[in-house]
Design a protein around this ligand. Structure first.
Ligand SMILES: *Cc1c(COP(=O)(O)O)cnc(C)c1O
Length: 364
């Protein structure tokens, strides 16, 4: 059998090839390439999909995060609470504006442990950044209660969880802003970089809309010092095609993960858990093993590629040495970094590939 990669973006393209190609040609022939009708159409459709009043298309998920904090005025001198075991972009979204991330340990679902947040709140704390890691919704009722009690802003990093719900409500709509990435490997992926924020707050939406285009609402009249974080027509058009199929794509991944959950059987591995009331849209299928590195090598030798999300937690990365955290400060986060492994999972994964992954892991 051909080597099984952790992800296969080509399969996702071929599933709707005719529709993607037709849309790409339509945009190329239109003569309008940045911030046009495709962007407007996508913003309306995505806002309606998640049930938010506004969606503002941006150039990336990282931009969605830092622009959200910027328009809310959270920066130097402010603290933002975030889980320790996230992708480093979550943290950069905070620090680009000069704010300080305060790390909290995760729970057994890989999301923030809500029982450990309150002890980290100080008079400088301005917001909680919740990351719905690997595709599973976080425990939003408890987080919302903390935000109300301490008068904090709530920002959701939804880069890995398009369409996930908590007690029936779409993530991204619980707090002030939901930040999305449409990087090609995400569950709603573009064919290049793209991102967006969703919000029910008219002011945040308007300010982000102005900020993304050099701070101008009207051409050459600049209200604030902004950035160039515009979404282009090609990506927006292709995202509209994928969005139409997002629920069926999610079901397909769900079915693969249900097989993994019932058929993977090996005492040396621990399977992911699903929180009651939360949905998991399976951006990644993350197992844990004390013999993780050995398992990864074993799978690699048998033609199965895997990825570690993430081997170095942000508080130990070279980039954040200036924050002063050290090894041992976040033992659960650090244990996850040493034991997690994401096994192959993608739309268009054949039954044969699934069988081989299951059989090989079970034989480890
Ligand atoms: C991918 C990702 C981002 C950043 O998105 P980009 O579009 O790559 O900038 C932020 N947070 C998380 C959790 C992500 O997985």
């Amino acid at each position: 059998m051909e080597r099984i990669m952790p992800n296969r973006l080509d399969r996702g393209f071929f599933q709707y090839q005719a529709e993607f190609e037709a849309k790409a040609l339509e945009v190329l022939r239109s003569g309008w390439y940045v911030l046009g009708n495709e962007v407007k159409g996508f913003e309306e459709e995505f806002a309606s999909y998640v049930g938010a009043k506004h969606c503002v298309g941006l150039a990336s998920g990282l931009d969605a995060l830092w622009i959200a904090f910027r328009v809310m005025g959270i920066g130097a001198g402010d603290e933002v609470i975030v889980q320790g075991n996230t992708y480093i972009a979550s943290v950069m979204g905070i620090t680009i504006n000069g704010a300080t991330p305060v790390f909290v340990e995760p729970d057994e679902f890989f999301n923030v442990d809500v029982t450990r947040i309150e002890e980290k709140i100080t008079e400088r704390t301005k917001a909680i950044l919740v990351v719905h890691l690997y595709g599973q919704a976080s425990q939003m009722d408890a987080i919302l209660a903390l935000c109300k009690k301490h008068d904090l802003r709530l920002v959701e990093d939804c880069a890995q969880a398009h369409g996930a719900k908590y007690h029936g409500k779409q993530i991204g709509t619980f707090g002030d802003v939901g930040c999305f990435s449409f990087y090609p490997s995400k569950n709603l992926g573009a064919f290049g970089d793209a991102g967006a924020i969703v919000t029910n707050d008219d002011k945040i939406a308007e300010d982000a809309r102005i900020f993304r285009n050099y701070g101008s609402e009207k051409r050459y009249y600049n209200k604030v010092v902004g950035a160039n974080s515009r979404l282009d027509e090609l990506q927006a058009g292709l995202l509209r095609v994928r969005l139409k199929h997002l629920d069926e794509l999610a079901k397909e991944k769900q079915a693969i993960c249900e097989r993994y959950l019932t058929e993977l059987r090996n005492d040396k591995i621990e399977l992911p858990r699903i929180r009651e009331g939360a949905t998991h849209i399976w951006h990644q299928f993350v197992i844990r093993s004390e013999q993780r590195d050995e398992l990864q090598r074993y799978l690699d030798e048998r033609g199965i590629g895997t990825i570690i999300h993430y081997p170095i937690p942000p508080h130990l990365s070279e980039a954040y040495q200036y924050l002063g955290w050290k090894e041992g400060d976040l033992p659960i986060t650090e244990t996850y970094a040493k034991t997690v492994l994401s096994i192959p999972l993608y739309n268009g994964m054949t039954k044969e590939e699934q069988d081989y992954v299951i059989g090989t892991i079970n034989a480890f």
